[in-house]
Design a protein. Structure first.
Length: 158
């Protein structure tokens, strides 16, 4: 009887410690379900329309597009930071390949990077920015959009 109680308490303790470790590591460490319910903003890039979910809080930005298995062709996510600074992104727990456009305060694309799924490699802006727009990999290239292109709409000051 003592061994059964000991085994049961060990399982409970192990479970509690695992949950505590995942919680302490932050929202991104345990992300297995895509975040939903974020507001959506309409952006324009040339003649193309983008429906971008808005990630504004630390938690929303940390989770980003993790655990998504697919994303609509003209859908994306715009990450909004309080102050312009060098922004670096990785693809931990992100299942789909993405392109990220680092965007200045006036909506101008500073640089674009291509990112592979499930990678901890950092991809950074070449200048301080406050906005990052993630789209399906190759989205910008297929539409001829490069650094210097200007996005319309969106959260940047008018």
């Amino acid at each position: 009887m003592l061994n059964i109680k000991h085994a049961a308490s060990s399982v409970v303790l192990s479970t509690v410690l695992s949950i505590a470790a995942l919680t302490a590591a932050g929202p991104a460490a345990a992300q297995q379900i895509p975040q939903t319910g974020l507001p959506v903003v309409e952006l324009g890039a040339g003649m193309h329309l983008i429906h971008a979910e808005v990630a504004r809080t630390d938690e929303q930005r940390a989770i980003g597009l993790m655990a998504r298995k697919e994303m609509a062709q003209n859908a994306g996510m715009i990450f909004i930071f309080e102050q312009p600074s060098q922004q670096c992104f990785w693809m931990r727990n992100t299942l789909i390949p993405l392109s990220a456009a680092f965007v200045g305060d006036d909506g101008t694309i500073v640089n674009i990077v291509e990112m592979q799924p499930l990678s901890d490699v950092s991809h950074c802006s070449t200048k301080p920015v406050r906005y990052v727009l993630e789209m399906n990999k190759g989205w910008f290239d297929k539409r001829g959009l490069k650094a210097g292109a200007k996005l319309r709409g969106g959260p940047w000051p008018k």
